[in-house]
Write a protein that binds this ligand. Sequence first.
Ligand code: GZL
Length: 330
Amino acid sequence: MSTGLKVAAFLFTLLLMGCTANPALPEATSTPEMDDGRITYEEMVVGYSQIGAESNWRTGNTASIKETAVDLGVELIFDDGQQRQENQIKAIRTFIAQQVDVIGVSPVVEDGWESVFQEAKDAGIPIILVDRRANVPEDLYATYLGSDFMEEGRNAARVMVDLLAGEGKIVELVGTVGSAPAIDRAAGFREIIQDYPDMHIIASASGDFTRAKGEEVMGDLLQLYGDEIDAVYAHNDDMAIGAIKAIEAYGLQPGQQIKIVSIDAIRDAFQAMIDGKLNATIECNPLLGPQFFDLALKVVNGEPVPKWIPSEEGIFFPEDAAEILPTRRY
Ligand code: GZL
C-alpha cells in the first residue's frame, strides 16, 4: 500500500474510532504509518532527572511529567535526585548507558554540568533543560523550557514597592544556593528596588526552597531583627508558609504587621491569602509535562526548536484568591 493510501487509511481509522485527542496534550507530530525514519511518542524512550520533592511546586511538576508520559504512551525512566547534584549526574550517566532517545533534566544548581552533558552529546543523546538553566555552552543542550526567573523577581519587587509604599526593611528567604531561580529571583528583585532608596534588604538567608527550613531561618531572623522587619520576600511559597508559622510563633501577624510576597502560586499560597497571611504570590508554572514531551519528540525527530521556551505566568492577590483556588492544580 502506498504511503498516501496508508495515511488515508490511518486517518479513516481515526475517524471510525472517534479519536478525540486530549486537548491538553500536544498533537502527535508523527504517525506510525508515516515511516520516514521519525519516531512516535510510543516509540520514544525518555530519561528524566528530577531535582527532588522539596516543595509543592516540585511535586506538581513531577506529576505533570509522569501523567503526560502515561497519556502519550512514552517510556519514561524517571529519577529523583533528592536535591543532590551527584545523584543527578549519576542518573544522566545511567540514561546514557541505557541509550535513551532524549534526556530531560532540571539542574538543581547552575554549575558543574559541562562534563556529563558532553558525555551525552558524544553519545548522540540530546538534553532538554526543564524548569532550571545550567551554565553550559549552548551546543550542549537542545533547548530550555522554563520561567523567566528575573521577571518573577522584578514582579515580586513591584508588588513589594506598592505594599510598603516605597519604604521599609525587608528580609529575603533565598532558594537553593546556586540554583537559577535563587540567583535570578534575587537579581530581578534588586533591579527594581534599587530605584527606591528607602527600601532596604536588611538580611538574606537560604531556606533551600523547603517549608521546614523557611520556618527555621525566619525564626532566626526574627530573633535578630524582631519587629524591625516590615516585610518578607520569599523565593517560593513553601518557604513563605514556613515563615508564616515562625512569625505567628514570634507573636506578630503575618500579612498584616509583616507583609509577605512569594513565588510559585501553589494552592497553599491561595489559602494563606484567603486567611490574610500572605499578600501576593507570583506564578511559576510547574505543569510543563505536555510542552516537555512535545519538545522531546521534535528534538529526537530532528525538528528545529527555539533555544528557550518561556512559561506564561501571572500575579495573584488576596482579593481573587477564593475564586481562583478551586481552579489551581498544584
Ligand atoms: C522554579 C523551581 C523552584 C520553585 C520551588 O522553577 O525550580 O524550585 O520555585 C522549587 O518551589 O523547589
